[in-house]
Design a protein around this ligand. Sequence first.
Ligand SMILES: Nc1nc2c(ncn2[C@@H]2O[C@H](COP(=O)(O)OP(=O)(O)OP(=O)(O)O)[C@@H](O)[C@H]2O)c(=O)[nH]1
Ligand SMILES: [Mg+2]
Length: 451
Amino acid sequence: MEYSHDTISAISTPIGIGGISVLRVSGDKAINIVSKIFKSKTDLKDQPSHKAIFGRILDADKLVDEIIVTVFKAPHSYTGEDVVEISCHGSTFITNQILAILLRDTRLAEPGEFTQRAFLNDKIGLTQAEAVGDLLTARTRISHLAALQQYEGSLRSRIEKLLAQLTDFRTQLELEIDFLEQDLDELDNNNLINGLSTLHQELIYLAKTGEEGLIIKDGLKVSLVGAPNVGKSSIFNSILETERAIVTPIPGTTRDYLEEVISLNGYLVRVFDTAGLREATDQIEKIGIKRSYEIIEDSHKVLFVIDGDENIKEYDILTKLVDKNKIIKVLNKSDKFEKSELQIFKDKGYIACSTLEGSGLDDLKSSLLHNIEISEEELHLGILTNTRQIAAVNKAALSVSKALESIRNGMGYEFTAFDLKESSTALEEIIGKVTSDDILNNIFANFCIGK
Ligand SMILES: Nc1nc2c(ncn2[C@@H]2O[C@H](COP(=O)(O)OP(=O)(O)OP(=O)(O)O)[C@@H](O)[C@H]2O)c(=O)[nH]1
Ligand SMILES: [Mg+2]
């Protein structure tokens, strides 16, 4: 990837009023450029690394702000280059004024360019660089934990272990290919098949962690579906613990979907109240129902709510939209039923609740995370958290299954070795050992400016 060695600068804190703002400058000329506008007892160029210095920023001898400057000398900095961090008063005007002065001699950093330079200078690996982005956007305990583990190198070492296994198999195969003529003992095919099958299963298992990984990062999407008036909006409000949605006894109250976010056991959960699946009678309702369908199809879990009538027709429509194992059946208004009646619904797999009495809601909430929760040990081992990683692991698994097929079909070890090389390349892409510019640009373009 092209590495432009020019000196870059950017505001690293969010724009707005705050105690302080931080600007960052990175590159060969960083210290020189800042020293021209920074006045303190000693010249910035003579200051030791990693030490905060108090001084003033001047623009043509006019005071702009009193600031603290920290110099990080290469290679002991975030980017691996000389870095200067300026902490000024947290005013949008002051911060922008300092940036404007810096931009006379530097270029405005692209989104993620500081982290990109850290990667290109071997300060961090690719999965770590991705984790930096995840750390910045993490909103719940689990997403923070997952990002932190990845930053600490959990996924990288999991991938490296798999790569080491692949290298072992490839070495065995190369030896066999080279010495086949000399009538050496033939490789024990069964051993090879068993070993590769286990590796294949490990790859498939790792790819599956990506499903949870995406949920951890982007949130678990849960939608409320059911006939008019069954209490979808009431359940929505109960889950959020606020009166967010309008609740009335008039059927068809909710016309457009609503989305709110909660944290459940450390997981980010995105809850959608919908207009349901009913036949629309007017134009506005039609659009609302169409949007409901889109939300429902995209959900990880669907709460199918009834208030007594089982609504088989709607349930059938729903099963055409989403997998049955995503559907959680809910009987609302349990306050209206006798114990024995409730038992009949429970036996049919319904979770009973009453928003009026506030009962059954904890069961409802914990059912959302059923089959989703991932153990902290698994997070520690390293899981996949984005589609790039998932696609690469799936590719690696596919190549191993091709390798297995070539052995089973007695096609010759050259074919097996070729497939295993493909598998290695796919895994190497994840940790950045081999990467295309497209992949790198994509990763860093999703960062904010100043990181
Ligand atoms: N008895 C009883 N009534 C409830 C309960 N939950 C909701 N209701 C009542 O049921 C009616 C409909 O509630 P909503 O939450 O608006 O129902 P909805 O499914 O969102 O309705 P639409 O948006 O019209 O499809 C309101 O009058 C609520 O007060 C409950 O647990 N018990
Ligand atoms: Mg409603």
